[in-house]
Design a protein around this ligand. Structure first.
Ligand code: HEC
Length: 217
């Protein structure tokens, strides 16, 4: 009788243990599925913009095609992130950074009264073309290692397009808008060639199938 009682208790503890293990296990599955979903969302919607997304690592999305119709008012808002260091008015003073009135199409490092790092023209020529501004404003420190511009950069393509479009208006004679050739050149530089990509993905799929299903020769 006594031993039957303790057997029951033992069985109860065992069952409780199994339930605890199982629910812990289920909870693990649930959380990991949740993590997967979370990651998937982050990868999918990097900035929620409709701009084409660059597939090449470390390069920004192209923006030239967006500039003609960019939201200039938005650009002015974005410029608040720059105003601690830059003045934007004609004849404005240099601060932590140079005055950037009339910067689109201007020579790099050419504003008077500012002592530049000398690093900005080490790639991409001497002129602030739309394409160079896009790359610089995406990640200044990546664009020019050693630049004095201590700014993390603008991740969103629409923000870069907007501020560049706004900067363009700050000139006596605004630079002409990007033409088709410039847009194509930017896409060619920043986006992977679509045909190549399709061929690559196809070849990878064939490889994967061949690995999974051994073919007898
Ligand atoms: C923390 C200060 C700081 C912030 C914020 C900042 N900049 Fe700069 N910027 C600088 C400095 C300093 C330089 C000079 C870089 C060098 O000499 O390497 C510079 C250089 C530039 C140049 C090149 C100027 C030339 O004459 O060649 C442009 C264009 C520019 N910044 C635009 C911007 C824009 C647009 C923003 C905001 C989105 C911004 N910067 C935010 C400090 C800043």
């Amino acid at each position: 009788m006594k031993s039957l009682e303790s057997n029951k208790i033992f069985a109860a503890i065992l069952v409780a243990g199994i339930i605890a293990m199982f629910s812990g296990f289920t909870a693990d599955i649930l959380t990991s599925t949740h993590d997967l979903e979370k990651n998937a969302v982050e990868i999918e919607g990097s900035d929620g913009s409709t701009a084409p997304v660059a597939k090449k690592a470390n390069l920004p999305e192209p923006v030239l095609a967006l500039i003609a119709s960019a939201d200039i008012a938005r650009g002015k808002k974005v410029s608040k992130a720059c105003a601690a260091c830059h003045s934007f008015t004609k004849g404005g003073r240099a601060g932590v950074g140079p005055n950037i009135w009339n910067i689109v199409g201007a020579n790099k490092q050419s504003k008077e009264g500012f002592s530049y790092s000398g690093k900005l023209n080490q790639q991409g020529g001497d002129v602030w073309s739309y394409a160079e501004l896009n790359k610089f404003l995406y990640k200044p420190k990546k664009y020019a290692a050693g630049t004095k511009m201590n700014f993390i950069g603008l991740k969103k393509a629409t923000d870069r397009a907007s501020i560049i479009a706004w900067l363009r208006t700050l000139a006596d004679a605004p630079a002409s808008l990007p033409n088709a050739a410039a847009i194509d050149a930017e896409n060619a530089e920043l986006l992977p060639a679509p045909v190549e990509e399709i061929v690559e993905v196809g070849a990878e799929a064939v490889e994967a199938i061949e690995e999974a299903v051994p073919v007898s020769h």
